[in-house]
Design a protein around this ligand. Structure first.
Ligand SMILES: Cc1ncc(COP(=O)(O)O)c(C=O)c1O
Length: 424
């Protein structure tokens, strides 16, 4: 595969853009690949090479790249000339559609990225409770807010004991004072989590959980764990936040809250809700959302909030979800992939398990029972690297990290999935 154009673009970029990339996860050795177009399940780079895409904008593409209904909605709004800075009919329609999709939520407001949405949800929680500290699970990624970018993929040598994990700072740019105050919870350990939350209950504004931890692959919370978090947060007046940036409309048509049958106080959504256009949302109970009303106790403004292009993309995307057909297709493809992958692993005698739902998935090269970050971290980086090499040789686009999540769209056909399985 020739990469002359990418190599040339990297030469130009390296001097002007840190690492030649606008997001560090896009870095590759010996240089990033620079893409030019995408269509359905495929990406095309600047040299014209075609890649079967399983990264899909970090899970943001659910209907396939350039889905005609979404593209048409975007074209239509572009022709009206109104882009941002004002409220629009589409902003109201998008809110109505999102609340239909998430019937447990009473109100919603839009932001531009998952990081922002989580940050706003925490601010609403602090404003409503008058408390400042927050809790999150070890290994979970919730974006770049200093209170959240703690113990995301931590070095286990620094992470303390499994039942009382130490907050590990993930980078030096965070406000260390804020990061250190975050309470880190051991995912899926009910007794230890109960003890930690009870010890700090009076200081906690919010407990944030990604109910299926997808930023370390695919790890479902047990029902008991989610029920316990709901019970504890209700008992101690702590705001319970579901981060549904990835679980949103993949784990179930109404997200993880539908899958678990639990109503959080607030939830954050993004990524697949607009098939790759930049928008995120905070949705939930009126009493918390109303903290952000104009003149209310919690400020929330933004130039690009409810941007017309993203609103159009979101309305069109959510419209395609009606009737549940998109989700059923994704789940059918998921089952096919799981079956074929398990068959191939058995044939080749490889210790590996692929798990997923609604088109988000991961495969762990370990015999451990993967139920949290520490057990996920036993997955063989070497085995993953070999799998990724096989994939690259076949023109299959995967994420670089051993625990990265991958996705499907409704445009991934069985032969695409067979090609993926063939990398094992
Ligand atoms: C669960 C979760 N929360 C938050 C974020 C942050 O979202 P964004 O990259 O849009 O800032 C991500 C992004 O990967 C995510 O997966």
């Amino acid at each position: 595969m020739e990469l002359l154009q990418s190599a040339d673009l990297y030469r130009r970029a390296a001097d002007r853009i840190p690492g030649g990339v606008h997001s560090n996860t896009r870095a590759r050795a010996p240089h990033p690949i620079y893409f030019e177009r995408a269509d359905g399940a495929f990406l095309y780079d600047a040299d014209g090479n075609r890649y079967l895409d399983f990264v899909l904008g970090n899970g943001a593409i659910i209907l396939g790249h350039g889905h005609p209904k979404v593209q048409a909605a975007v074209q239509a709004v572009l022709s009206q000339g109104l882009t941002t800075g004002s409220e629009t009919r589409l902003g109201v329609e998008a809110a109505e559609r999102l609340l239909q999709q998430v019937p447990t939520a009473e109100m919603v407001r839009f932001a531009n990225s998952g990081t922002e949405a989580v940050m706003h949800a925490l601010e609403l929680a602090r404003s409503a409770t008058g408390r400042t500290r927050v809790a999150k699970a070890e290994g979970a990624y919730h974006g770049w807010d200093s209170a959240m970018y703690v113990s995301a993929w931590p070095d286990l040598a620094k992470a303390g004991s499994a039942d009382a994990p130490a907050p590990v700072l993930t980078h030096q740019g965070a406000d260390a004072e804020i990061s250190r105050r975050t309470l880190v919870l051991p995912f899926n350990d009910v007794a230890a989590t109960r003890r930690l939350i009870e010890e700090h209950a009076q200081e906690l504004a919010a407990v944030v959980v990604e109910p299926v931890m997808m930023d370390i692959g695919y790890i479902e919370a047990t029902r008991e764990y989610i029920d316990e978090l709901r019970a504890l947060t209700s008992r101690y007046g702590i705001v319970f936040i579901f981060d549904e940036l990835l679980t949103g409309f993949r784990v179930a048509p109404g997200g993880a809250q539908e899958y678990y049958g639990v109503t959080p106080d607030l939830s954050t959504f993004g990524k697949a809700i607009a098939n790759g256009y930049p928008v995120a949302a905070v949705a939930g109970r009126r009493e918390f959302m109303e903290q952000a009303r104009p003149g209310g106790p919690c400020a929330w403004v933004g130039t690009f909030n409810a941007h017309a292009v993203s609103m159009a993309a979101m309305c069109a995307t959510l419209q395609t979800f009606e009737g549940g057909g998109v989700w059923r297709t994704l789940q059918e493809r998921m089952s096919y992939l799981e079956e074929r992958f398990a068959q191939r692993a058995a044939e080749r005698g490889v210790q590996v398990t692929l798990r997923g739902r609604g088109g988000n998935f991961h495969w762990y090269f370990t015999d451990a029972d993967v139920r949290d970050y520490r057990s996920a971290a036993t997955s063989s980086a070497e085995r993953y690297r070999k799998f990724a090499e096989n994939a690259a040789a076949r023109g299959i686009w995967l994420a670089a990290g051993t625990l990265s999540h991958h996705s499907l769209t409704i445009q991934h056909e069985e032969d695409h999935l067979d090609a993926f399985v063939g990398c094992l």
